[in-house]
Design a protein around this ligand. Structure first.
Ligand code: DAH
Length: 337
């Protein structure tokens, strides 16, 4: 049996040297020192030996077993290094560590989606300052110092001439000052108003502004663009309606409603039983605004529209309180993908 032990040792050495993976190592481990492995079988056969031979062979077998165990442990370490470099052993069979992925804020989702829709209709995106001159925020939009339209848009003033913008409409003027027609832009971003907080008002909110100026633009172009936008953001079966509305920088001006998606315009509690939901202000750019930027009002006409991103999000996702957007409750925020 001594010879057999020696052979086994040699054979094991060779196989250990040539193996490269953990499963192979596991297999050899079972084969040699497992419960029914080769060494175990030899130990069993010791009962057949003479009393004189037993202790010696016993010793040899025990030594063989510990040697093989040491060699296997050494080889395990070596293989682990191959997987994880110098840092130690990584068990690649463990399940991965879960880390929670962030989700896009619902308002950001609306801004992105809206911009994409208008990009698809040939508009480009422009960005403007949140700290704005009174001139752009009001004056150039046909809202002089004593105009009552300023009452509903009180702001946070930095100086009498500089304020946090109350609307994104100033980007109409800034854009027109810098380019000649045709103009087709969308501008989105934060606006600020000195409003009391309730379920539809927060002192900071987001607006999306649109402006197109070209030859022969008419109200039907505006209607077409807004209809397409509503279908894309709310669903194909939605229709829109225009009601007369006053905004100093458009003439005629309109409030735009979209048909309620819950009741298909029949009237339900969600739309105040009217069948309609108000989504934006819009109109044909007032000739005075075009004149202020030096456009030829005989040649060019334009349309403009402006909407609250939070309002669109509330309608699209059926949210009843604007404050939810800003409370940073993960349970709320992770619902929008
Ligand atoms: N800026 C307006 C507001 O905050 C919304 C608006 C109305 C924008 C009509 C427009 C427009 O561009 O044409 O109330």
């Amino acid at each position: 049996m001594e010879k057999e032990i020696k052979n086994l040792r040699e054979q094991f050495k060779k196989r250990l040297a040539s193996l490269e993976t953990r499963p192979e190592l596991q297999k050899i481990e079972n084969e040699y020192i497992g419960r029914k492995g080769l060494i175990a079988q030899m130990l069993k056969r010791m009962s057949l030996l003479s009393a004189a031979e037993k202790p010696k062979v016993g010793q040899l077998l025990n030594k063989l077993k510990t040697d093989l165990q040491d060699a296997l442990a050494e080889k395990k370490k070596e293989l682990a290094k191959g997987i994880s470099g110098e840092q130690g052993y990584i068990d690649i069979t463990l399940p991965g560590q879960n880390f929670s992925r962030g989700t896009m804020h619902p308002v950001e989702l609306i801004l992105k989606e809206t911009k994409n829709i208008f990009l698809g209709m040939g508009f480009s995106i422009v960005d403007g300052p949140e700290i704005e001159l009174d001139y752009y925020n009001f004056e150039a939009l046909n809202i002089p110092k004593d105009h009552p339209a300023r009452d509903v848009q009180d702001s946070f003033y930095i100086t009498p001439d500089i304020l946090l913008r109350t609307q994104t409409s100033p980007m109409q003027v800034r854009t027109m000052e810098n380019q000649s027609p045709p103009v087709r832009i969308v501008s989105a971003g934060k606006c600020f108003r000195r409003d009391s907080i309730d379920n539809t008002h927060t002192p900071m909110f987001h607006q999306i502004e649109g402006l197109a100026v070209d030859v022969d633009l008419s109200l039907s172009d505006l209607k077409g663009v807004i209809t397409e936008f509503c279908k894309q953001i709310f669903g194909k079966d939605r229709i829109i309606r225009f009601r007369p509305g006053y905004f100093p920088f458009v003439e005629p001006g309109a409030e735009v409603d979209v048909s309620c998606g819950l009741c298909q315009g029949k009237g339900c509690s969600s739309c105040g039983y009217s069948g309609w939901l108000e989504i934006m202000g819009a109109g044909m750019v007032h000739p005075h605004v075009l004149e202020m930027v030096g456009y030829d009002t005989e040649k060019y006409t334009g349309f403009a529209f402006g909407m609250g991103a939070e309002r669109i999000a509330m309608l699209k996702y059926d949210i009843n309180d604007i404050r939810l957007f800003f409370e940073n409750d993960i349970r709320f925020l992770t619902q929008f993908k």
